[in-house]
Write a protein that binds this ligand. Sequence first.
Ligand code: ZN
Length: 57
Amino acid sequence: MFLMWIVPLLLIGLVIYVVSGNNIINALKPVVSRSCPHCDQAVQSDWKNCPHCGRTL
Ligand SMILES: [Zn+2]
């Protein structure tokens, strides 16, 4: 009878682990692109100047 309770609990825990794990991975994922503070166009994080408006990032 104990296994009848532990199996669904493990499945629920696994689902929560996978969902929260994906969120953690997304949160820790390095930002590969951001937006220019002046013209709001997408720019790479290592760019020094915005190619759209030419202003310093
Ligand atoms: Zn810009």
